[in-house]
Design a protein around this ligand. Sequence first.
Ligand SMILES: [Zn+2]
Length: 261
Amino acid sequence: MPLDVGGAAVAAGVVVAGLLGSLFGSFLNVCIVRLPLDQSVVRPRSRCPRCGSQIAWYDNVPVLSWLMLGGRCRGCRERISVQYPLVEALVAGLWAAAAWWYGLTFDALTAATFGTILLGIAVTDARHLLIPDEYTWGGLALGLLLALRGGWGGLLTAVIGAGVGFGLLYGIAWAGERVFREEAMGGGDIKMMAMVGAFVGWKGVLLTLFGGALLGTLVFIPLSIKKRRLVPFGVFLAAAAGITFVLGEAIFRWYEAFLRV
Ligand SMILES: [Zn+2]
């Protein structure tokens, strides 16, 4: 069989991206647990919440350690949440998929970074109904930095996207408070859409908002008929933002063709 060097290089790149992603997934778990509590994500090292034993590096290998230990602490056999290996596997898959789809490019790095931030926002908002600034302001800074791959024009597009995301959501929140006399949207959603705008541009902001409202309505109207509850809107915005990043251009092209008919 002839050696396919091109294919082998692509496969190696995808595997390396997946391994790198599993490490970022491991770090994202720390962020998901600690950021809502305003704790440092750097120190101290992770401990078992029950017996307090420090988790050794060999018990902290993404996905594998959890499987080898049967989802329990080595010291006290306390159950370890399945959220840990799940987030690690998801982020690993995300980084591998980005490398496979975009090749080893800055576009892949941008897609993987954006997806990782969105996953962190979705899980945190679903669990705590809040979106920490590290994801939104931190993600905005990363988005603007990565936009430089498109030169000054790319940066300008990202700045306009962030401005439209922030301004539009701020306006909706302001109007909502006037009309309904209660807080319709949290500050986290406003900052989140500034970050999203830096990655998907101003048209992407509109599509994300439309998609997020649609998903939120489809999922939450059946649920909220039973009992009135707060909506983690960030979860739906995150899903819509991810879809917009991947399919946005195709959707805009389809829409333009649709208008011309
Ligand atoms: Zn323990």
